[in-house]
Design a protein around this ligand. Structure first.
Ligand SMILES: [Zn+2]
Length: 357
């Protein structure tokens, strides 16, 4: 039996968490609309020199321009390239045929999150409206498993994310878009963050700044010790739509640091240390060149997504090449595999978890 398991593991490197392993934790982090181009090549020269899209082009160049893509990407996302790339794996650099994309054809956010969490495409889901998802999702399946029951939580910047997992029906506590935090322990720190958020102008209407999502998530992880948490960031997408390339880059850099802080905090906590898998991905890509600010069914290239995995059970394969095309709808199966739970999407088609051979 042992030999059989070992054989299976060598073929499916991501399925290393055996069923019945009772002590798994999973942090899912999504970065709305961050392009694979910036993740894998860093800042784009034409855009950072454009005075219409950057406030101080000299400063932006000093901060983000380096002569090689490897230096540029490590400057933009140092934790990703100095730590995740060494400890885990990255999928989605199209320059080396590492391919991941959406299965849904809308290339917008709600259908992207729905695809990711329900493991299927519902062609009637075509808008970003905050309406409850009619389909069962993988976090709901986790919350029904005795190992994870009551230990699944979600924080998001954008209002519609909670509806994509229909969190109330699914019994998953969630807080999005200027809502109070959901920790069971209301510490002075959490109350201060909440107070600061209340005092902020509602710049994007239905979406608060990621700094608040980060602070809520970090404190709640420390206080409540959930076994599964989805942390959904949104600043990159908002700044991109406003065609503010410097702010978009700042948001990518800031999010990379948030991920580092979450990782370092959890790995210093014995509840999480060595027991936690981290999955980072996006809901859609964006266009090329001048179309960088948009995404949608008519924006070529905005179907391109990417994914990073690191932590417990993940092989240190680094930046993958010549693999895929994987689809974002396989993320649900990947989550189920990491948690060792059964999950069949509502359309009855069980997809394979994302695996790199
Ligand atoms: Zn968008």
């Amino acid at each position: 039996m042992k030999r059989l398991i070992l054989t299976l593991l060598s073929v499916l490197p991501l399925l290393v968490l055996a069923k019945g392993d009772k002590d798994n934790r999973l942090i899912i982090i999504t970065i709305d609309g961050l392009r694979w181009q910036e993740v894998f090549m860093g800042a784009e020269e034409n855009l950072l020199s454009d005075t219409k899209q950057v406030r101080d082009t000299k400063l932006c160049r000093e901060t983000y321009w380096r002569s090689t893509p490897e230096e540029r990407r490590a400057t933009l996302m140092p934790f990703t390239w100095n730590t995740i790339a060494k400890k885990g794996l990255l999928i989605g650099n199209r320059n080396v045929n590492s391919m991941m994309q959406l299965a849904n054809k809308t290339n917008i956010s709600y259908p992207g999150y729905s695809e990711m969490m329900t493991g299927m495409v519902d062609e009637t889901i075509t808008s970003n409206n905050p309406v409850n998802n009619p389909h069962r999702n993988v976090l709901e399946a986790a919350n029904e498993d005795p190992r994870y029951k009551g230990k699944v939580m979600m924080y998001g910047s954008w209002k519609s994310t909670r509806f994509a997992i229909h969190n109330e029906q699914a019994g998953i506590p969630a807080s999005v878009s200027y809502e109070p935090n959901i920790s069971k322990k209301q510490t002075p720190k959490l109350k201060l963050v909440e107070r600061m958020m209340e005092g902020m102008p509602r710049f994007w209407g239905s979406e608060h700044f990621d700094a608040f999502t980060f602070a809520y998530a970090l404190e709640t992880l420390k206080n409540d010790h959930p076994k599964v948490m989805w942390v959904s960031f949104g600043d990159c997408d908002e700044w991109a739509h406003s065609r503010k390339y410097d702010f978009y880059l700042d948001a990518a850099k800031g999010t990379d640091a948030f991920i580092r802080d979450i990782y370092e905090t959890l790995e210093a906590d014995k509840f999480y240390k060595g027991k936690t898998t981290y999955l980072v991905t996006c809901d859609h890509g964006r266009g090329f060149g001048d179309e960088w600010s948009s995404h949608g069914s008519r924006t070529k290239g905005s179907e391109a997504t990417w994914l990073m995995l690191f932590g417990k059970g993940i092989e240190a394969l680094g930046e993958t090449k010549e693999c895929g095309p994987f689809q974002t709808q396989q993320v649900a199966a990947t989550i189920a595999s990491v948690l060792g739970i059964e999950f069949t999407p509502d359309n009855g088609t069980k997809l394979l978890p994302i695996e790199v051979k």
